[in-house]
Design a protein around this ligand. Structure first.
Ligand code: NAP
Length: 309
């Protein structure tokens, strides 16, 4: 029987691990197949307190990993596929093995959303991606496009100007929702051309199955046209990673888990942290904050359990 298992190794999971490990709870982190969460696929993080010159997302996450390890956290790449909350403990299936734990912290984060167009799955990795830091450098001196109007779309567009000949920013409205500072940077960059009130209706690939162009529709005029791009970067938000917990924990209509008092779930011993329960803030620092709260709540829960036995 484990004392604490943490699902997810992004900012929330690793912060929970640092706190749980420092409380001598010897936590086990199930990292899944894509360790590091969203910070590991981002560029410079300028708003995480304590880094006046910013810090690269992957570096920040590596530092947190090291810090958690230093206090005794154990890590496994196993992927969680099922979950059974019991009265006295929790069972969790990681790969093919059932594990038992007294407390569970769910910090499984959120995954990039795609448009749901034809051939989407086939094109991922062939000119369709949600990660400019992973794939941007493959598209040197060619036109690319970014879809979305939030901070992610702004950040991806700016990053891509380092490589691409042109970055089209395709947004379904005539205003971005990105923060003012990011919008100002986007509009000041000559390589970025916003295309407003427009949606992508089709991906067009070449004979080798690589992205060649997209079909666009202006939502005001219904006018359609084709735009040549070698890669499409989708930045239209994220969906919470809740598949193993669906129907077993309280969630809202979009699947975000519902926590009471910051990190507690409706099941004793099950705590929730980070973007898996955050449809509003979604910042690295808020994920770290709820990770800390979840670990502290788990610690209190375990010491209450102990004092009653
Ligand atoms: P977001 O703020 O939810 O923005 C998603 C964008 O995609 C919106 O502009 C939305 O359009 C558009 N969109 C959604 N569904 C779409 C669809 N089916 N087709 C076309 N467009 C669609 O998501 P985000 O940009 O990933 O940001 C998430 C959070 O992380 C935010 O709180 C953001 O501030 C934060 N973040 C911060 C930074 C930073 O500080 N540098 C960087 C990245 C992310 P509408 O505007 O019309 O809804």
């Amino acid at each position: 029987m484990e004392k604490v298992i943490i699902v997810g190794s992004g900012c929330a999971g690793l912060t929970a691990a640092i706190y749980a490990a420092r409380a001598n709870l010897n936590p086990l982190v199930l990292e899944g197949r894509q360790p590091g969460g969203q910070l590991s696929t981002t560029t410079l993080v300028e708003n995480y307190p304590g880094f006046p010159d910013g810090i690269d997302g992957p570096q920040l996450i590596m530092n947190m990993h090291k810090q958690a390890e230093k206090f005794g956290t154990r890590f496994s790449y196993a992927e969680v596929t099922d979950f059974e909350p019991r009265n006295s403990h929790v069972r969790i299936k990681a790969d093919d093995e059932w594990l038992e734990t007294q407390a569970l912290i769910i910090a499984s984060g959120a995954s990039a959303r795609y448009l749901g167009l034809e051939n989407e799955e086939k094109l991922i990795g062939h000119g369709l991606t949600s990660c400019s830091t992973c794939d941007g450098a493959f598209y040197k001196n060619v036109p690319v496009c970014v879809i979305g109007g939030g901070d992610s779309a702004a950040e991806e567009s700016l990053f891509l100007t380092r490589f691409a000949s042109k970055v089209y920013l395709i947004h379904r409205r005539d205003k971005m929702r990105a923060s003012r500072i990011m919008q100002d940077r986007v509009f000041a960059n000559k390589k970025i051309e916003p295309i407003w009130n427009t949606v992508v209706t089709k991906y067009i690939s070449d004979a080798k199955g690589e992205m060649r162009a997209v079909r666009l529709r202006n939502v005001k005029t219904n006018e359609e046209r084709e735009l040549e791009v070698a890669c499409v970067f989708v930045a239209i938000g994220h969906d919470p990673n809740t598949q193993p917990f669906t129907g077993k924990l309280q969630a809202d209509a979009d699947g975000y888990l519902i926590a009471k008092n910051l990190a507690e779930s409706k099941h004793p011993g099950v705590f929730i942290a980070g973007d898996v329960a955050d449809r509003v803030y979604k910042q690295a620092v808020t994920a770290a904050g709820t990770g800390c709260a979840a670990a502290m709540d788990a610690e209190k829960y375990l010491s209450d359990l102990e004092s009653h036995t």
